[in-house]
Ligand binder design. Structure first.
Ligand code: GDP
Ligand code: ZN
Length: 293
């Protein structure tokens, strides 16, 4: 029995990458009976029936999975933002960070279009980058024009399954092209999919880039906090999480509780006020969510 990773699923076939070779596989009949659908990203055991074909016999337990696009075992999310055009938004970044952290995926923040940063926006941008690094996040400054940060980003991909995420127009396709020039993905595409039509929404493929596998479709297309409970929200803000032990009350949500170490840190400037404001806005959003029955 051989092992490999599903890198593409199409028309009932699963393409399994194993030691540099791709096997076109069918799933075992029992999967359908048990309503198990192999996913792109699944680590599988398969029986080769020829040099290029085989049957998937077993699927290893998934570390996590995304629904849209459907991918299993995503280890890293490359959160692409642009410094300008569109403007950098900490609210959107923090939303992505919460979603990514809740799936136990490692976030890597990319600030693209650094070549467009002028003297006026530079200090603000630099402060944001310092703040996020201070929290503990990896932040890579890039430009697909000057190739700033491209090598650095490439080194992060090695050995992992990654998805790119970020709003339209920030430069995701341009970055993938810079990382692997033979891809020639269409840029400036109005569809949210990287270099492909809007009609193949269920199709996703992992591309080999920089010794890793990268989804060709952006992850986290749904940005609702629907699956996140109020009590877990502070866990996804590392600088809140690490201070909550010093709060007077266990399970402090850092809203209006007395002797709250988080609010003290905000007041003394140790936690940036915009991070706290974003946290509070997510608290409100979760509180206003309609109960599900
Ligand atoms: P996507 O929607 O995130 O895939 O973004 P695209 O890769 O399609 O890029 C959107 C637009 O931004 C295109 O016109 C790109 O040429 C431009 N762009 C991408 N990266 C950069 C960059 O680093 N600097 C500048 N100045 N423009 C960029
Ligand atoms: Zn507190």
């Amino acid at each position: 029995m051989a092992e490999g990773k599903i890198i593409k699923a199409l028309s009932g076939f699963y393409y399994v990458l194993s030691e540099g070779k791709v096997f076109q596989c069918r799933g075992r009949g029992v999967f359908r009976k048990q309503k198990i659908t192999p996913l792109v990203g699944d680590h599988v055991e398969f029986q080769a029936t020829s040099e290029t074909e085989g049957y998937i016999m077993d699927i290893r337990e998934r570390k996590n999975w995304l629904v849209r696009p459907p991918i299993a075992n995503v280890e890293q999310a490359i959160l692409v933002f642009s410094a300008v055009e569109p403007d950098f938004s900490t609210r959107l970044l923090d939303r992505f960070l919460v979603l990514v952290e809740s799936k136990h995926i490692r976030p890597i923040i990319v600030v693209n279009k650094m070549d467009l940063v002028d003297d006026q926006t530079k200090p603000t941008m630099e402060q944001y980058i310092r703040d996020y690094r201070q929290i503990g996040y990896d932040v890579i400054e890039t430009s697909t024009i000057t190739k700033l940060g491209v090598e650095q980003l490439l080194s992060y991909l090695e050995g992992h399954i990654s998805v790119f995420a970020g709003q339209s127009g920030v430069g995701k396709s341009s970055l993938l092209n810079a990382l692997r020039p033979d891809l020639q993905l269409k840029t400036n595409d109005i569809s949210t999919h990287l270099g492909r039509g809007k009609h193949t929404t269920r199709h996703v493929e992992l591309l080999e880039i920089g010794g890793g596998l990268v989804a060709d479709t952006p992850g986290f297309s749904a940005l609702e906090l629907d699956d996140i409970e109020l009590e877990e929200l502070p866990l996804y803000f590392p600088e809140l999480r690490e201070r909550s032990e010093e709060c007077k009350f266990r399970g402090c949500l850092h809203i209006a509780e007395p002797k709250c170490a988080v609010r003290e840190a905000v007041e003394s400037g140790k936690i940036p006020s915009y991070r706290y404001e974003n946290y509070i806005s997510f608290v409100e959003e979760i509180k206003e969510r309609k109960p599900r029955y």
